[in-house]
Design a binder for this molecule. Structure first.
Ligand code: C5P
Length: 206
């Protein structure tokens, strides 16, 4: 069984995907991490993420980079969003994601284009959203909790810019796949959102 979980940044899709994987005993891939690793590799080289050639060369990142906590930073997230615009980068990362989706027994993948491009045949497709204000609040709480001082307005502007880029790029824009179940987590707590996602998957299995 393939479960595709798509949605914008800080919508709760990662938490939901991880919980679904644990509940249904499936391996999980956070595909955003791959784009973050490419972005980080460009950053390490001091390059411009808008340069398609540099971004493509960075797709050759070492696997050890995926374990680096710095990938979770807002700054690397911004680089990831910029390198992910290039079709050549998306093509370079396609096979790895596709192979993960097709492994025996199935898998849970979360990202932006899992239900539309990577695994359109997924048995269950979820599109997880929440308001920009709520997503900014969550990200702010998470960062403040980690001891990072940051303005809520700055986070909100950054999230809005990222949404704009992800939604309006020509190649694999952020969209709900046909047949995807919409899960708006704006007013849901963590456990409620997870329970709603599990119920959605269970309904498909039944
Ligand atoms: O999900 P996360 O915030 O970690 O993703 C970082 C960036 O990588 C996103 O803003 C998006 O531009 C890009 N991305 C993508 N396709 C995916 C996953 C992430 O374009 N499947």
């Amino acid at each position: 069984m393939i479960i595709a979980v798509d949605g914008p940044t800080a919508s709760g899709k990662g938490t939901i995907a991880k919980a679904l994987a644990a509940h249904f005993g499936l391996p999980h891939l956070d595909t955003g991490l791959l784009y973050r690793a490419v972005g980080r590799q460009v950053q390490l080289a001091g390059g411009n993420p808008d340069d398609a050639h540099l971004a493509l060369a960075a797709c050759d990142f070492p696997d050890s980079l995926l374990d680096d906590d710095i990938l979770r930073s807002e700054e690397v997230g911004g680089y990831a969003s910029r390198v992910s615009v290039h079709p050549a980068v998306r093509r370079a990362l396609y096979e790895r994601q596709r192979a993960f989706a097709l492994q025996e027994g199935g898998a849970v993948l979360d990202g932006r284009d899992i239900g539309t491009v990577i695994a359109p045949e997924a048995l269950v497709k979820l599109f997880v959203t929440a308001s920009v204000t709520e997503r900014a609040r969550r990200r702010w709480l998470e960062m403040t909790g980690r001891g990072i001082t940051v303005d809520l307005e700055v986070i909100e502007a950054d999230i809005a810019a990222r949404d704009e880029r992800d939604t309006n790029r020509a190649d694999a824009p952020l969209r709900a796949a046909p047949g995807a179940a919409l899960l708006d987590t704006t007013t849901l707590g963590r456990d409620e959102a997870i329970a709603a996602a599990i119920a959605e998957v269970a309904a498909h299995i039944a």
